[in-house]
Design a protein around this ligand. Sequence first.
Ligand code: XIL
Length: 380
Amino acid sequence: MPTRREFLAGSAAMLALTQPGLALAADTTALPTLGAIGAARGLLVGCAVAARPLREDAAYRALIRQQARIVVAENAFKFGALRPSPTAYYFDDADALASFATENNMVLRGHNFVWHRQIPRWFAGYVTPANAEQVLVDHIEKVGGRYAGRIQSWDVVNEAVHPPDHLPHGLRNSPWQQVLGNDLQTGKPGAVPAYIEIAFRTARRVDPKALLTYNDYGIEGDDDAAAGKRRDVLALLRAMKERDIPLDALGVQSHVDARASFAAGPFSKGLGELIAGARKLGLKVMLTEMDVNDKHLPPPIPQRDAAVAATYATYLQTALADPAVIAVLTWGITDRYTWLNGEDSRADKLPERPLPFDASLQPKLAVPAMLAALRGAPTR
Ligand code: XIL
């Protein structure tokens, strides 16, 4: 039972959150925040942070400080961002986020060591089957070593499964797969490509405290494509476990589509199956990149915001019911800087509204929806 004081603070806050004008008059330090309400349930709640607004936008920094207990770099820790040339490293943006996290007592995630995108241009002309292992190990030693002991979890490998590429085991035909795709022991195609095994073993050696995570998208739905990819991802994780490759967690990116029809029920059967499947392998689960795409919704903002909020609510209710889920991060915090306007924009070119706070940094309906889902979650 909440005390009278908590109850009053809670209802004042809810009013302030749903009627932003009132927030000006309220004592904002007493408002419940996503991070604090998550923490009360033993959940880490936070967001991805973009380097440029972190430097230039004080209101953005303040909002993240207020709401987030865990942060991850939207781009700054990626291979392409850190490696201007085979020998040079650029750490300014990554260090800035690491310092921001330390100064504000936030937990830091690492994203990512291995991905098929945002690889530097020099990669194609430089990395060969002969030197690929050295390049990969050097990168993880240098980057993982720099932040070792300060990272809660590392996305060691991102998006290695892509059934449309028609490789055995649903593996993605990525640049890393092309140079280090065979099984480390047999030298032939197998369930676990060498680059994945090497990356996880090296990451464990370099930063033994970080939870080592495999991260992917499009694995929580009920359609055939998602169900097939989910099976392939769980099979990959099982094969890794069978070989004693160090693996601690599954990252479920959670880039989802707003579908108001989910308002009443569980988000999908697939999401529950996915999380249970990971739990049975002894893994923790993190929702690592959540946002709710409104590109298929009609233009009126009230309609879009209601559907986005309902999708946050049902997705989080479904996921948080499983105690294996330990963290929730949104991919950004404000619509002002969402990546979706660049990469997956609406046909009518209206700005998308996929994040909890709008482009003026005011809370949308998604905020009370998320708070309610967090409050309803069993304590970890
Ligand atoms: C995205 C960033 O948000 C963009 O700024 C960048 O241009 C491309 O990458 N899955 C991931 C993230 O794992 O790293 C991606 O981030 C979004 C999809």
